[in-house]
Design a protein around this ligand. Structure first.
Ligand code: AMP
Length: 373
């Protein structure tokens, strides 16, 4: 019998999960509000809001397992689904990733280093954060922030209270500014019986809080081991099944955890062509309790996001060996509408080819980032 996976969310991640399922005979059924969603264009689809517990429960009743492609699905909705089918990753793991304070406290409890942070519920807390963390600091809404939304960099004391007002004075955390050398992430997967696989570290370039470029593997054995140990501790604590991504700042030779994502991750898109088994296939294998696939890289890979108005398709396709992924979204400024990947056995040649690609896409290369906020 064909395996059936219910996916809450039908954005590009749901779309790429569904596409990865077809060769293995996995039928994905996606649920989201908008029938034009990227995932709805390629797989069976049910129209409902992601906070509709009844809709999630009825989806669960017709599939073998339920998973998420977005971390903002309320935990109660996941628990409602869990009464009808197994839900992976577990609702508590998704809930931990929804709250930046809970997430950072979880890291702390496992001995995973982070930048110093202070809980902000009142303007008194804000002044305390200023005193304890110094400036600049980053103020982040605890909930519903992603791709740079819900956060403000505070550079001087005059901006402090205005920044919190701009966030709507919602519960927040203040973080000490990290003058990092680079950003790295680790994508890992845990299956049935604790089986695990780790992709190599990826080096990531963000602008305005949005991922632009990932290059993998970032080859550093000590950091790789270090990152794997931390993600492994998280996965064990959360009794995790599926793909989990952890983003780090690399500063003064060490890794500071920034945030986790209980789902397939943009910094793992390169694995479609650049690894033996993609993160999407491995997530499906994990949630179904199937053996995991090899997460080894096939050489060096670079991924560049397409944001807003893409360059003409011809220009991208004329570059030898460029893999183009379009998500079926209409372009809006800053909106992720697709990505491109290149793979090359040789890192130096990969970076040359990346330069040609970023020239066409008009993003800047990961030269040492000026870190003056
Ligand atoms: P986040 O939503 O926490 O992933 O933040 C988005 C991006 O903002 C990160 O990838 C960093 O480039 C930048 N950023 C976030 N927090 C800090 C920080 N404490 N210090 C320096 N840069 C930060």
């Amino acid at each position: 019998m064909q395996a059936r996976v219910g996916i809450l969310g039908a954005g590009q991640l749901g779309r790429m999960l569904a596409l990865a399922g077809y060769p293995l005979g996995i039928e994905c059924v996606l649920l989201d509000r908008d029938e034009r969603s990227p995932g709805a264009q390629v797989a069976r689809f049910k129209a409902a809001a992601l906070d509709d517990a009844e809709a999630a429960a009825s989806l669960a009743a017709e599939v073998d397992v339920v998973t998420v492609e977005i971390e903002n699905v309320p935990a109660d909705v996941l628990r409602a689904a869990a009464r009808h089918a197994p839900v992976h990753p577990p609702p508590d793991a998704v809930a931990a990733a929804q709250d930046r304070l809970a997430e950072k406290e979880l890291f702390r409890s496992l001995g995973i280093p982070t930048t110093p942070f202070v809980r902000v519920d009142t303007s008194h807390d804000l002044d305390r954060a200023h005193r304890e963390l110094g400036l600049p600091l980053v103020l982040k809404a605890r909930r519903m922030g992603y791709d740079g939304r819900g956060q403000r960099i505070v550079r001087n004391a005059e901006e402090l209270h205005g920044a919190w007002s701009a966030l709507g004075e919602v519960p927040a955390i203040a973080e000490a500014w990290v003058d990092f050398d680079r950003e790295l992430s680790l994508v890992a997967v845990r299956g049935a019986n604790g089986q695990r696989a780790f992709y190599p570290l990826s080096e990531n370039v963000h602008r305005d809080g949005i991922l632009r470029i990932s290059v993998a593997p970032f080859e550093d054995e000590r950091l790789q081991r270090n990152a794997e140990e931390r993600v492994d501790a998280l996965m064990q604590r959360l009794d995790y099944r599926g793909v989990l991504a952890l983003e780090f700042f690399h500063a003064n030779g060490e890794l500071l955890a920034n945030e986790m994502a209980p789902r397939v991750h943009n910094t793992g898109h390169w694995t479609i062509e650049g690894a033996v088994t993609s993160q999407f296939e491995n997530h499906l294998r994990a949630v179904l309790g199937w053996p995991l696939g090899d997460a080894s890289p096939r050489g060096h890979a670079a991924m560049v996001n397409l944001l807003g108005n893409p360059p003409p398709l011809d220009a991208l396709l004329s570059l030898p060996g460029v893999h183009v992924h379009l998500y079926g979204k209409s372009p809006r400024p800053g909106r992720k509408i697709g990505h491109c990947t290149i793979v090359d056995p040789d890192r130096r040649r990969l970076l040359e080819r990346l330069a040609a690609l970023t020239n066409v896409i008009e993003v800047s290369l990961p030269n040492p980032t000026p870190r003056n906020p």
